[in-house]
Design a protein around this ligand. Structure first.
Ligand code: AMP
Ligand code: GLY
Length: 421
């Protein structure tokens, strides 16, 4: 099978790495990819948001499957363009990706499907937003309706800050803001593959969304993750499939916009039961880095089945007993104002450690006096993955990898997968 992966992050590097270990895969391409992905796949400098260009590349390469990683191309309809060109594509249509593209749409689908979630109010004016804040009381949860790269949500006990965020969201023409009930309890990310009708869950992971240790600092795209979750209820996955994933997939099919791809179910295990915090229409980053590190079943056939209506026929997925932990190394100033251009060293040393592999996200090759130098070129720069017999061993491996890497001004969390969590 020849495959084209669309995207530039550590999530896409994890996908390409898993695919590169699948004996069924005969060629790997990425658009545009990154220098780490370039060690495993042929890179093509195509804009991931340009559906016509991605489809033309897929046709020219003659690939059997296109995998679209990030949300922005999905919401922009890149999967539709590839599908219309007659090539199997893993990733939902633009219409189905509205489950991530609009929080108000997702809430509407959840209500219709009977999915447990925080009760929302959708506001289009500052007065409506203020009234909604007072309906729920603190802590306030205020969400930009549209895509915001993990930065559109403010959770605060400060009413003025909550209202200011709502007003900032509403300042964009035609925008809406979602204000909702606060959910307490630990968060879990569960990815569920679907071909539009069948669902196949992967294993749960936990993400560290805040920038700093102890869940302090601003929200980010995700600073680390681990899997499995030894503390999660044994029936969590079955329960979420039955009460969340299958009803959502059924509702999307009923609406004539079947969802094929991966439904990322963000959950809060609250004192009142499991609730959906959010849906995303793609694999999560950095959770994918730990989930795929544990997948024993070759990946390509599974994703191809999801893309072509065949998930009902695949064998049950097999998982390693090992634990996996990933720690994100972020650039100076991330998330507010990441600095590019700082040199990165030590990746080979980290990769050489047992149970450690390093995935690239915001990296680039810059020409220096001594040849090409790897430099930071994005907020989240690297995702260091450790695999071990248990969480403690996996965590130790991941952090031993982090210690080998030098990136001036960088920061990372030191409390990822600490057992006290
Ligand atoms: P979202 O973009 O919807 O995933 O929200 C980003 C983060 O904000 C989530 O991972 C939670 O940590 C937090 N969050 C979102 N909604 C709620 C809620 N209703 N109650 C508490 N925290 C929330
Ligand atoms: N890790 C959070 C996300 O991918 O949205």
């Amino acid at each position: 099978m020849e495959i084209l992966v669309v995207g530039t992050g550590a999530r896409e590097h994890a996908l390409v790495r898993a695919l590169s270990r699948d004996p069924q895969v005969t060629a790997l391409h990425a658009a545009p990819g990154n220098p780490g992905i370039g060690q495993l796949a042929t890179l093509h400098p195509v804009d991931p948001l340009d559906g016509a260009a991605v489809a033309a590349l897929a046709v020219n390469l003659g690939v059997d499957l296109v995998i679209v990683g990030p949300e922005a191309p999905l919401v922009a309809g890149v999967a539709d363009a590839v599908h219309d060109a007659g090539i199997a594509v893993f990733g939902p249509s633009g219409a189905a990706a509205q489950l991530e593209g609009s929080k108000a749409f997702a809430k509407d689908v959840m209500a219709a499907a009977g999915v447990p979630t925080a009760e929302p109010r959708v506001a289009t004016t500052s007065d409506e937003a203020a009234a909604a804040l007072d309906t729920f009381g603190p802590p306030y949860v205020v969400k930009d309706d549209g895509l915001a790269a993990g930065k559109g949500v403010v959770v605060t006990t400060d009413r003025a800050e909550a209202l200011a965020h709502a007003q900032a969201c509403l300042a964009k023409p035609g925008s809406r803001v979602v204000i909702e009930e606060y959910l307490d309890g630990p968060e879990v990310s569960l990815f569920v593959l679907s071909d539009g009708a069948h669902v196949v869950p992967l294993v749960p992971a936990q993400d560290y969304k805040r920038a700093l240790d102890g869940d302090a600092g601003p929200n980010t795209g995700g600073m680390g993750a681990y899997s499995p979750l030894p503390w999660a209820p044994a029936d969590l996955v079955d329960d979420v499939v039955a009460r969340v994933a299958q009803p959502t997939i059924d509702e999307m099919a009923r609406r004539g916009t079947p969802f094929a791809g991966v439904l990322y179910v963000g959950l809060a295990l609250t004192s009142k039961g499991t609730r959906v915090v959010e849906f995303n229409a793609r694999f999560g980053d950095p959770e994918t880095q730990v989930v795929l590190a544990r997948l024993a079943t070759p990946l390509a056939g599974v994703l191809h089945a999801a893309a072509t209506g065949g998930l009902g026929q695949i064998a049950p997925l097999e998982w390693l007993d090992d634990a996996a932990v990933t720690v994100v190394i972020a650039a100076h100033g991330y998330p507010a104002d990441p600095r590019g251009g700082d040199p990165i060293t030590g990746i080979e040393d980290a990769d050489a450690l047992p149970g450690v592999h390093v995935l690239h996200a915001g990296t680039a090759l810059a020409q220096g006096p001594a040849g090409d130098q790897l430099v930071a070129a994005g907020g989240r720069v690297l995702s260091v993955v450790g695999v071990g017999a248990d969480q403690t061993a996996a965590r130790a491996a991941a952090y031993s990898g982090v210690e080998r890497i030098t990136l001036p001004g960088s920061h990372h969390r030191t409390d990822v997968a600490l057992l006290a969590d």
